[in-house]
Ligand binder design. Structure first.
Ligand code: FES
Length: 155
């Protein structure tokens, strides 16, 4: 092989420059992918969750009851019965009931009395879930079916 066809060795300074450029490109690319996911809720509702919560008379007018296992707040009023999910729409922590509404202990999202976002990283308000009456007259919450905030089940 002639001397002209042999590749010249890459000078060390050029090699370090290229390695730095590639590292910066990978870091910027990873950051952009991560940032593009921020506006979307990171937690999707669990699949196939329908559960009975009791009879309408178990929820007197003007009361609220937190069903811890189901992660739902059941609210009763003159309009009927409503269920609000207690799963934070940011990363899925369980919010707690506070005098001003709901608060998330994980990253500080705040929600109003009806679950609307009041501050923090949560991208949207708490989910209102469909409430219906089963054939046996008991109330059924379907955690897969979100309804518009302010939707009540007439009882
Ligand atoms: S999980 Fe609720 S604010 Fe992050």
């Amino acid at each position: 092989m002639s001397e002209r066809l042999k590749p010249e060795p890459l000078p060390r300074r050029d090699f370090l420059g290229l390695a730095g450029l590639w590292s910066a490109a990978v870091a910027i690319g990873g950051s952009l992918i991560g940032m593009s996911r921020l506006p979307k809720p990171s937690v999707l509702p669990e699949a196939g969750r329908r559960f009975r919560i009791g009879r309408p008379e178990d929820f007197p007018d003007g009361t609220e009851e937190i069903l811890t296992a189901e992660k739902v707040l059941v609210r009763s009023g003159p309009q009927g019965i409503a269920a609000i999910s207690l799963v934070c729409t940011h990363l899925g922590c369980i919010v707690s009931r506070e005098s001003a509404g709901f608060g998330c202990p994980c990253h500080g999202s705040a929600f109003g009395q009806n679950g609307e976002v009041g501050g923090g990283p949560a991208p949207r308000g708490l989910r209102w879930l469909e409430v219906s009456r089963g054939v046996d007259g008991r109330l059924v919450v379907d955690a897969d079916r979100e309804v518009a905030p302010g939707t009540w089940c007439q009882v």
